[in-house]
Design a protein around this ligand. Structure first.
Ligand SMILES: [Fe+2]
Length: 424
C-alpha cells in the first residue's frame, strides 16, 4: 500500500492524499541537491535527477492523462520522446546513455512540468463519475509505486555519480550515525521441507511479476538470521577472495578480471585504512554494518568462501512468511544500520536488497498486460537475478514478502547485500 501516514489533511480523499504525498516525497529527496547535480549521469545505467523528476511525470501523462483526461493538452510535444524510458509501445526513446546531455529542459521547467501534471491529475482524480474511473485509479496506483521506485533510484544513482567526486558529497545533512549495538554472532535458522505458497495472494496492490501465486516444493533449508557485515566480507577479501578463481562463477571471474574490482563498490583505502563512501559522506569503515553495494558475483563468491550459498527466492519468501516478517513503515535512511536485537531473524526489510540465486523469470501462468503498460516488468525476464526484501532507501510501504526486484549480476550500484543460506 502507498504510505498515507503523512496525510495531514484527514478530510482529503485517500487517493488524492496518496498522490500528493508520494509526489511531494520525490521533491523532498531532491532538496539537498545543488542545481549542478541535476544533470549528473556517470554511466548509462544511472539517470540524472532531473530526468527522474520528468520521467515520473511523463508516466502519469502518458498512461493516464493522454488516454483518459478529455481535452488534455501535453505540456511539451517533445517530452513524449525525451522522457520515455523503454516503452516501445509508446514510441521512440531518447538514448538512455545520453540523458546527461539534456541540460534543457532546465530544472525550473521540469518542476513546471511536474506542477502541470499534478494539476491535471488532481482534476482527473476529482472526477468520481468518470466512465474509466476504475482504470484511472488502477493506473494511478501503479504510477505512484513507479514513482516510489524512482525515489530509490534517485538515491542510488546520485550516490554513484557523487562517488567519483573526491569531495565525496553528502545527501544527508548529518554524519553517518552509528548507534552502539552489541556485536551479533551469525546464526542460522532451520526450516523444514514444505510446499510453500509463493507469490502475491491477497487483494492489495502488487506488480504483475509477483503472480500468479502458486505452490513450490522446497526441501529443508537454513537461512542466516542477519546480513553479512563489513568485517565478515573483509575476512573474505583478506583471505584472497578476489584472487581465488575457485570461488567465482565463470562469468563473475571474467567480470572481476576485466573490471579489476577488488572490494565493494564504495570502499576507499587511504594510508592502509578502509573507509566507506555513504550518502552521509566518507566515513571510516564500520565493521558491524552490513556489507553493501556488492554485485551477484561478489555475493556468490563470498558465500562460497563461507562454505554456504545464496538463498533461492522461494526460500527467502517462505521464511519471511513463516516468521511473519513485514516491512516497517520507517522513513528512508541513507545507509543501513547494524543488526540489532539478540535473537530472531533481522534485516529482511529496510536494510539492503538481498541477492538470491534465482534467475528472474516468469512464474507459472504469468502473462504481461496487453499494450505498452505490459512492458513494465515482463520484458526484463532474461539474464537478471532476483533480489528480495528492500533497502534503507526504499520508500516506506513500497515492498512486501512477495516483491521481486531484479538486477544484472554485474550491478553494484544498488543498495545490495548478502544473506547466506545453507542446506541442513
Ligand atoms: Fe520508470
Amino acid at each position: 500500500m502507498i504510505d498515507l501516514t503523512n496525510n495531514t489533511c484527514p478530510a482529503e480523499d485517500p487517493v488524492q492524499a496518496a498522490y500528493r504525498h508520494t509526489r511531494q516525497a520525490t521533491l523532498v529527496l531532491c532538496e539537498p541537491l545543488e542545481i549542478e547535480d541535476y544533470g549528473l549521469q556517470a554511466m548509462p545505467e544511472v539517470s540524472p535527477p532531473g530526468w527522474h523528476l520528468a520521467h515520473t511525470s511523463w508516466f502519469f501523462e502518458t498512461f493516464i492523462l493522454k488516454p483518459f483526461a478529455g481535452g488534455y493538452r501535453p505540456f511539451h510535444s517533445a517530452y513524449e520522446y525525451l522522457f520515455n524510458s523503454y516503452y516501445h509501445g509508446v514510441g521512440e526513446q531518447y538514448p538512455r546513455a545520453r540523458r546527461g546531455l539534456l541540460s534543457r529542459p532546465g530544472v525550473r521547467e521540469i518542476l513546471d512540468y511536474r506542477e502541470y501534471i499534478d494539476a491535471a491529475m488532481t482534476g482527473l482524480l476529482a472526477d468520481v463519475d468518470h466512465a474509466e474511473r476504475a482504470t484511472i485509479l488502477q493506473r494511478c496506483e501503479l504510477g505512484l509505486h513507479h514513482e516510489q521506485q524512482h525515489q530509490e533510484l534517485l538515491c542510488t544513482d546520485i550516490k554513484f555519480c557523487f562517488s567519483f567526486n573526491p569531495l565525496y558529497p553528502a545527501l544527508g545533512r548529518t554524519p553517518l550515525a552509528v548507534p552502539a549495538s552489541a556485536r551479533r554472532p551469525l546464526a542460522f535458522m532451520d526450516f523444514g521441507g514444505m510446499d510453500a505458497r509463493i507469490g502475491y495472494d491477497a487483494s492489495g496492490f502488487h506488480f504483475d511479476n509477483e503472480g500468479p501465486a502458486h505452490r513450490f516444493h522446497l526441501p529443508a533449508f537454513r537461512l542466516a538470521d542477519r546480513l553479512l557485515t563489513n568485517a565478515e566480507y573483509r575476512a573474505f577479501m583478506e583471505d584472497g577472495g578476489y584472487s581465488n578463481p575457485g570461488l567465482w562463477l565463470a562469468d563473475g571471474w571474467v567480470w572481476k578480471e576485466a573490471s579489476e574490482v577488488a572490494h565493494p563498490r564504495y570502499w576507499v583505502q587511504r594510508d592502509g585504512e578502509w573507509f566507506e563512501y555513504t550518502l552521509h559522506g566518507l566515513s571510516p569503515l564500520d565493521p558491524d554494518l552490513p556489507v553493501s553495494h556488492v554485485n551477484y558475483y561478489e555475493a556468490d563468491a563470498c558465500a562460497r568462501w563461507f562454505g554456504k550459498r545464496l538463498p533461492a527466492e522461494q526460500e527467502w519468501e517462505a521464511a519471511c512468511r513463516q516468521l511473519g516478517c513485514v516491512p516497517e513503515h520507517a522513513p528512508v535512511m541513507l545507509h543501513p544500520r547494524a543488526a540489532g536485537g539478540d535473537g530472531g531473524i533481522v534485516q529482511m526489510f529496510g536494510s539492503l536488497w538481498q541477492w538470491t540465486h534465482s534467475a528472474y523469470s516468469p512464474y507459472p501462468g504469468y502473462r504481461p498486460a496487453k499494450g505498452a503498460i505490459g512492458e513494465y516488468n515482463g520484458k526484463f525476464m532474461c539474464n537478471q537475478m532476483v533480489l528480495r526484501g528492500s533497502s534503507c532507501v526504499t520508500a516506506p510501504g513500497h515492498t512486501r514478502s512477495s516483491y521481486r526486484n531484479f538486477f544484472y549480476p554485474r550491478d553494484q550500484w544498488q543498495f545490495t547485500g548478502i544473506r547466506l543460506a545453507d542446506d541442513p
